[in-house]
Design a protein around this ligand. Structure first.
Ligand SMILES: Cc1cc2nc3c(=O)[nH]c(=O)nc-3n(C[C@H](O)[C@H](O)[C@H](O)COP(=O)(O)OP(=O)(O)OC[C@H]3O[C@@H](n4cnc5c(N)ncnc54)[C@H](O)[C@@H]3O)c2cc1C
Length: 308
């Protein structure tokens, strides 16, 4: 790889809340900042949703795409250079980082923040695009207050979603595909100890019914459960491959491992490569937590570059 003549102080891969917040802090710290935000989801996961009601600062809520446009405009006004390219490889060359894009362009930087997010898994059944299908109870649960909802999944996330919804919804049915849950014993106990949650085993979903919004969930055995909300919680796939190929350790779920309990919480196992947002967060996966870790990553990079 031949490096270009200009080298940014920091290169940020990803254009979600983590990436833009990292850029805002980096440029304000005087670091020259290039962002490569990808072509598939330039503003990140929030561009795929409508109302965001839990991001502080917006009394009446804000549309996901509008929030992300505002974050990008803020980062650009302050001086971040935002490019819409997908990065296919990160390599070290003579003490600097090279980010190679899909079009074989090379961008050079002294440090990198990976903020590539996580994709949620889809059921892949008919009706999954109907209004009323959600992948995040924390985000959308309150829209289903006093309604009958179904949660699909058998892992810790599905249990968490069911527990979150239990006090809000009028009924919560957890559909587990097989005869047992994969969730930890502690989570299983919490779910089975909650009288508001009904667990159905051996209940694979065949489809989601309804005209333009959800009316029910059809099981493979033909039974249809009436519901106005369906929460699909069958797992997330962190987009960690890029950083993993550059040597960053991942956990069992594929999330990038960061230092977390140190003075540089976003540092990875590879010096100069930092991680922020959902790609390194199996637990919270919210816009505000992603933004917060973007801030931490920029401050960590600033310290790292000063120490070099
Ligand atoms: C439908 C839906 C509704 C949600 N509602 C809410 C809500 O109401 N409130 C809330 O707090 N959270 C909500 N969330 C969660 C929230 O969207 C995420 O927690 C947050 O977007 C994570 O931010 P991030 O910056 O880590 O990653 P993302 O927002 O996922 O951004 C990742 C970015 O990385 C880019 N990228 C990936 N790979 C590459 C590559 N190789 N090269 C270049 N760029 C790359 C993508 O294009 C994208 O721009 C919702 C999520 C979904 C899916």
């Amino acid at each position: 790889v031949t490096l270009p003549t200009t080298t940014s102080d920091v290169l940020i891969v990803g254009g979600g809340p983590a990436g833009f917040t990292a850029a805002i802090y980096a440029v304000r710290a005087g670091l020259s900042t290039t962002m490569l935000i990808g072509m598939t989801e330039p503003g990140g996961a929030l561009t795929t949703t409508t109302d965001v009601e839990n991001y502080p600062g917006f009394a009446d809520g804000i549309a996901g795409p509008a929030l992300m446009e505002a974050m990008q405009a803020q980062a650009e006004r302050l001086g971040a250079n935002v490019l819409y390219d997908d990065v296919t490889a990160l390599e070290t060359v003579g003490g600097n980082w090279a980010a190679i894009t899909e079009d074989a362009e090379v961008h050079a930087a002294r440090a990198v923040i990976v903020a590539t997010g996580a994709a949620h898994k889809h059921l892949g059944v008919p009706g999954e695009t109907l209004a009323g299908v959600s992948y995040c109870a924390t985000c959308d649960g309150s829209f289903f207050a006093s309604q009958d909802v179904v949660v699909v999944g058998g892992g810790d996330t599905a249990c968490e979603e069911a527990l979150y919804l239990a006090p809000l919804a009028s009924s919560v049915t957890l559909l587990v595909r097989s005869g047992a849950m994969r969730a930890s014993v502690a989570m299983r106990d919490r779910v089975s100890g909650d009288a508001r949650i009904t667990v159905r085993y051996d209940a694979p979903v065949a489809g989601i019914t309804g005209q333009d919004k959800v009316a029910g969930v059809q099981l493979v055995d033909g039974e249809t459960l009436p519901a106005t909300g369906v929460f699909v919680a069958i797992g997330h796939v962190p987009r960690s491959e890029l950083a993993a190929k550059a040597g960053v350790s991942t956990d069992a779920g594929g999330y990038l491992v960061t230092d977390r309990r140190s003075e540089h919480v976003t540092a990875t196992s590879v010096p100069g490569l930092f991680a922020a947002g959902d790609v390194a967060d199996p637990t919270y996966r919210q816009a505000i937590t992603a933004a917060a870790s973007g801030c931490q990553a920029a401050l960590d990079v600033q310290k790292y570059l000063t120490a070099l």
